[in-house]
Ligand binder design. Structure first.
Ligand code: PMP
Length: 391
């Protein structure tokens, strides 16, 4: 069988075998409901609380600030969808789980999308201007007591371009104006150092499967003292913020992924970034290629005169997995809203692919992927009437 060269780690990652090992006992012997008042239940409860500590340690939070969710879609919706914010400010390059939640929200409230530049960086001055505009124009009398002033929600590392935001500058801007700050840190947690206190975060969302943990489990960090509204109603699990029987094996796996990340992420990141830069350099030497955004571990490139989807299919035939946009939108025949917001034209968007390297990639795989991409790009240009790159 052909070896798979997996270069789509922003879509999901292969679980670390230690994560799977840690989960197994909670599927076989220790299957109790964590609310059970007997030893099987106590064992599950202890496993959940141990995992909560590991998650908290990874991001510099307190355990009681961590709430387990089914993933970042749920986390983002909990923060944005149900809370009553007088004003919500986000950006046009957010993940769909933020943008669609704000679509629902903006029916009863004010919502503004901060501008992103051609490299996918948020323009802080435009953010400041918009916050000031809303402060001047708000009608305070309409607001209930439970209503927070406003929220700024900005993605930490963009999932399509890999561009990182200066999160401290953004959270400072929000706080100066009395707004709370949320970041969707799905593509950052477990890969780069996060300290919720130093970064000035009020909320953070993450998903286990993006950093070698299991799918269908994630967490939401909520700074002590903030009381959000739950998305669902039911039992008192997760202090009522996330009712429903806990996914104990998933939570244990997530905790183990956090423990591993804390111990190994720095060293892994050096290797991952050096492989990623190597591949990027090789691809950017192909005439008519260009990087969209500023990412390293995750990066997006366009190749003049070819179709990104055809390139991805041809690479797949060689066993190489890359994507042509966010995994969650790739089922739709839609152009990337992120690249569109960055000002790219349809032609450039259609000729782009996203590559994301992970800790299980090797230098041989990088060399193989570089060679195959070089030859497939020139083959596709041949097929495209012998397309020649413009100067
Ligand atoms: N935010 C970002 C930036 C993501 O990349 C993703 C996953 N593609 C999500 C949110 C949603 O995560 P999940 O699918 O695990 O709920």
């Amino acid at each position: 069988m052909k070896k798979t060269v997996y270069l789509d780690n922003a879509a999901t990652t292969m679980p670390d075998p230690r994560v799977v090992e840690a989960m197994l006992p909670y599927m076989y012997d220790a299957y109790g409901n964590a609310s059970g008042k007997y030893s099987l239940g106590f064992k599950a409860r202890k496993a959940i609380e141990d995992a909560r500590e590991k998650v908290a340690r990874l991001i510099g939070a307190e355990p009681d600030e961590i709430f387990f969710t089914s993933g970042a879609t749920e986390g983002n919706n909990t923060v944005l969808g149900k809370n009553i914010w007088k004003t919500l400010i986000t950006s046009d390059t957010e993940h769909k789980s933020v943008l669609k939640a704000t679509d629902v929200y903006k029916r009863n409230s004010r919502c503004f999308y901060a501008k992103t530049d051609g490299k996918c960086c948020i323009d802080i001055d435009s953010l400041k201007d918009r916050i000031e505009y809303f402060i001047k124009n708000q009608d305070v009398k309409d607001l209930s007591e439970d209503c927070y002033n406003g929220l700024v929600s900005i993605i930490r590392v963009n999932n399509e371009t890999g561009t990182e935001q200066n999160i401290k500058a953004l959270s400072d801007t929000a706080h100066e104006k009395g707004f709370l700050f949320h970041t969707d840190a799905v593509q950052a947690v477990g890969h780069i150092k996060i300290d919720v206190k130093k970064d000035g975060l009020d909320f953070l969302t993450a998903s286990g499967h993006k950093f070698y943990g299991p799918k269908g489990i994630g967490f939401l960090y909520i700074r002590r003292g903030i009381k959000p509204y739950p998305l669902m109603y039911g039992g008192e699990q997760e202090r009522g913020i996330r009712p429903g029987t806990e996914n104990v094996p998933g939570i244990v796996g997530l905790g183990e992924a956090c423990r591993i990340a804390l111990a190994e992420m720095e060293e892994d990141a050096l290797r991952v970034c050096s492989m990623s830069r190597l591949l990027k350099e090789r691809l950017l030497k192909i005439p008519g290629s260009k990087q969209n955004g500023l990412g390293d571990r995750i990066f997006n490139v366009s190749f003049e005169g070819i179709n990104g989807q055809s390139l991805a299919i041809r690479l797949d035939m060689e066993g190489i997995c890359v994507s042509t946009g966010a995994a969650c939108s790739s089922g739709l025949d839609e152009r990337s809203h992120v690249l569109t917001a960055m000002g790219l034209g349809a032609y450039e968007i259609d000729s782009s692919i996203r590559i994301s390297i992970g800790k299980y990639n090797t230098e041989e795989e990088i060399e193989f992927a570089a060679k195959k991409t070089e030859s497939i790009v020139s083959e596709l240009r041949e097929l495209n009437g012998g397309y020649t790159v413009k100067d």
